[in-house]
Design a protein around this ligand. Structure first.
Ligand SMILES: [Zn+2]
Length: 366
């Protein structure tokens, strides 16, 4: 939390009833959790203060924190009456910094703290401290909660850290959309520490995401330009030159390709094949196949984004959500979403009857 967000309040450090002169010091108070703050769906005014390691005061409700916690907020609440000194308010000092506590408390109150722009390290530390305070991570970082959206908003520029965070808490709904930002991430740069944090299951899923997309690319490239009818200048034998050239170009493309291979890379590599072509029909066929390939590959690349929407819709279905979700997981579709699209295009959606649960606009998009 930046200093500008924290009002500086004058607070007596000795009881005002004392005969001694009152000495005033400046204390920092949260702009969200201040004395007299009112929060939606939280009755009454704050009844105790949490003080961070950097001495920022958060005025909060004991009932709200106890409702959120499964372990009495690390067995620290409720505070004992003897902790209350004459004329002073109940105070709980915690070892976390104000930035970390800011996220924890905003999350408990279901308020977005995105406007504080917390750093990635602070977000990670805050979420990792949830278990200590008995706050169920799966509940408070569930789909569409403020913290879920905050983590997604930083994922584009810190994808592997956010993926590791989601993986370490088994936040599947979060890990899937984050993984779409990891297609350009070199897996070889994953350190032992990072692999440990991600864990074997989510690491395997990430590797399979890469492998499946590369396999999809190779399958697309296996299909050469369509031959045209034999002419005087270009018979079947002559057209095999283009097929061979395509195979070489495809091999060249796959050699350095990553799962986030761009359309411009495909076009620049394969367009060179037109150089040796004298037949107009072969030339047109090659250009048509390149255009088709670019569209097919963009479908594969977009499938992660689409799949995120599918998941969101499925999870919003009230009754058969868990069953549906697991069915897709067992089918290994979740990490090979292009298969899902492929099957859909092949009109085999009866294999996945849950497609019918999707809203019409998404079905149309798929
Ligand atoms: Zn030809």
């Amino acid at each position: 939390m930046s200093e500008r967000d924290i009002p500086q309040l004058l607070t007596p450090v000795t009881p005002s009833t004392s005969d001694e002169p009152v000495e005033n010091i400046i204390v920092s108070v949260s702009t969200t959790f201040f004395p007299g703050a009112e929060h939606a769906h939280v009755p009454g005014f704050p009844d105790f203060i949490i003080v961070s390691s950097d001495s920022v005061h958060f005025y909060v409700h004991v009932d709200k924190l106890l409702d959120a916690s499964k372990n009495g907020f690390n067995s620290l609440l409720p505070l004992r009456p003897e902790d209350q000194k004459d004329g002073m308010e109940l105070v709980l000092k915690l070892p976390e910094t104000s930035s970390v506590l800011n996220i924890i408390l905003h999350t408990i109150y279901t308020i977005s703290c995105a406007h504080y722009s917390p750093t990635v390290d602070v977000i990670v530390e805050a979420v990792n401290s949830f278990p200590k305070y008995g706050i169920p991570v799966g509940t408070y970082v569930a789909l569409w909660t403020p913290l879920y959206q905050l983590i997604l908003s930083v994922a584009p520029y810190s994808a592997i850290e956010m993926y590791a965070l989601a993986a370490s808490h088994d936040l599947y709904d979060l890990a899937v959309p984050i993984s779409s930002h990891l297609l350009g991430f070199p897996l070889s740069s994953i350190t032992d520490d990072l692999a440990t944090r991600i864990g074997p299951v989510y690491l395997k899923r990430l590797v399979f995401l890469y492998l499946n997309r590369m396999r999809a690319l190779k399958q697309l490239l296996l299909c050469p330009p369509r031959p045209h009818e034999a002419t005087e200048k270009c018979d079947t034998l002559e057209q095999k030159k283009l097929t061979r050239a395509w195979a070489l170009g495809a091999a060249n493309l796959v050699w350095d390709a990553r799962p986030d291979l761009s359309a411009s890379s495909i076009i620049s590599v394969l367009s060179f094949l037109t150089d040796g072509l004298t037949c107009t029909l072969c030339h047109d066929s090659l250009q048509a196949r390149i255009r088709e390939l670019v569209v097919q590959w963009s479908d594969v690349k977009a499938s992660n984004e689409v799949w995120s929407l599918v998941l969101a819709c499925l999870l919003q279905q009230s009754n058969h959500t868990t069953h549906t979700y697991r069915a897709f997981t067992v089918s290994n579709i979740i990490y090979t979403p292009h298969h899902y699209l492929h099957h859909h295009h092949c009109r085999q959606q009866q294999r996945y009857p849950t497609t019918n649960l999707l809203p019409p606009q998404l079905r149309k998009r798929l």
